[in-house]
Design a protein around this ligand. Structure first.
Ligand code: NCD
Length: 357
């Protein structure tokens, strides 16, 4: 199935699972070509990507290995097109490209591109595709990456799109690095299956939560707990997926009770840039949705604390040097898993896995 076989209207009306085959590489290896949402990743693909990330991490340790990697995609160029603020997602994609030898260009603010002069997204993307071989894009608009993927696939220069955050909707590459972090954290402790993962904070507007909640359903018997003030609780579409897949979940406002029984606590920032009225979020009492010394004292010895970052005060800095604080390693994992995804997108999974380093 190809995006050239289907109209935009027909494609956009499909359920996410039905869209998946249209977004895969055409060589039958089931790796994504366009990466747009978490529903594209099932467990075998996640495990292959994590294995590839581990492999890249290992190869890069020696100078000879690093130089081999730098040659893998030295013939490719990538455009980082970010029209929303970003530190880690931008830099880790950039670093991932550098690891693989990809040359990059960037727009970090639509005000510095011709969109400011009234150019459409479609024309901007076509422009980028004239000079680059992949577009890594972040946008405040839900669904824009999907539309651009369809447009590009139906243009004279089809190139892959990687969604680095689409509005309040999805952040699939963040979910990949979160899963990679979870898998690595529990790899020598019995694995990720059967664990309890708690999400806390702004679950309504946090796109990382929607994408990760879905990826967790690819594993067996994972319970998901959602802790938030009622105004910011997890939206129905996330819960509907859990119900449809028979996943255990709980909705609560008691972070301390959840901390005692969780294997991972995933803290998130209040996403007040989405407030309808200025100061709306500030009126919500979020004091019980912060991870501090009191919560740390309740956390199990093998449990971990995660955060997509940036953080404000929802994780007290007193937690930062605790071995269970995983957010710094989580951030670095982003570079490895994104390098794996980019290499796989271009069809280099097998050659890296089988190389002699
Ligand atoms: C997140 C995002 O942009 O959705 N940041 C990130 O990519 N690591 C989370 C956030 O901004 O709170």
């Amino acid at each position: 199935m190809k995006l050239t076989d289907i109209s935009w209207e027909a494609f956009s009306s499909l359920a996410l699972e039905q869209k998946k085959p249209y977004l895969e590489r055409q060589d039958g290896n089931q790796m994504p070509y366009h990466t747009l949402f978490a529903q594209q990743f099932d467990r075998p693909i996640l495990e292959r990507l994590c294995a590839l990330a581990n492999r890249i991490r290992f190869i890069n340790k020696s100078k000879e290995g690093a130089l081999y990697l730098k040659n893998v995609l030295a013939h490719k160029r990538a455009m980082l097109y970010f029209s929303q603020p970003s530190s880690r997602t931008f830099l880790s994609h950039l670093a991932a490209c550098q690891l693989l030898g990809i040359t990059t260009g960037s727009v970090r603010d639509a005000a510095t591109s011709s969109e400011f002069k009234g150019e459409s997204h479609e024309d901007s993307i076509r422009t980028f595709s004239s000079y680059f071989d992949m577009i890594i894009m972040r946008s405040p608009e839900r669904g824009l990456a999907e539309k651009m993927a369809w447009e590009l696939s139906n243009s004279e220069r089809p190139i892959p799109i990687l969604n680095a955050g689409s509005g309040k909707d999805q952040h699939p590459t963040q979910a990949l690095l979160d899963i990679y972090t979870l898998i690595r954290s529990f790899e020598t402790k019995g694995g990720l299956d059967g664990r309890t993962v708690t999400f806390c904070g702004d679950l309504l507007r946090g796109r990382t939560v929607r994408s990760l909640s879905y990826l967790l359903t690819d594993f067996d018997d994972i319970k998901q707990i959602f802790i938030a003030p009622k105004e910011l609780q997890v939206p129905d579409d996330v819960i509907d997926i859990l119900k449809a897949k028979g996943v255990k979940y709980e909705i609560s406002d008691d972070l301390r009770a959840a901390t005692k029984i969780s294997d991972a606590i995933y803290m998130t920032r209040i996403q007040d840039e989405w407030d309808n009225a200025k100061g709306e979020s500030a009126k919500i009492d979020t004091s019980r949705f912060k991870f501090r010394a009191e919560e740390l004292a309740l956390l199990g010895p093998d449990a971990i604390i995660m955060h997509p970052l940036p953080r404000r005060d929802e994780i007290d800095t007193c937690c930062d040097h605790d071995p269970r604080a995983m957010y710094w390693r989580q951030m670095r994992n982003g570079m490895w898993i994104r390098a794996a995804l980019i290499a796989a997108t271009f069809g280099f999974e097998k050659s890296i896995m089988d190389c002699g380093y």
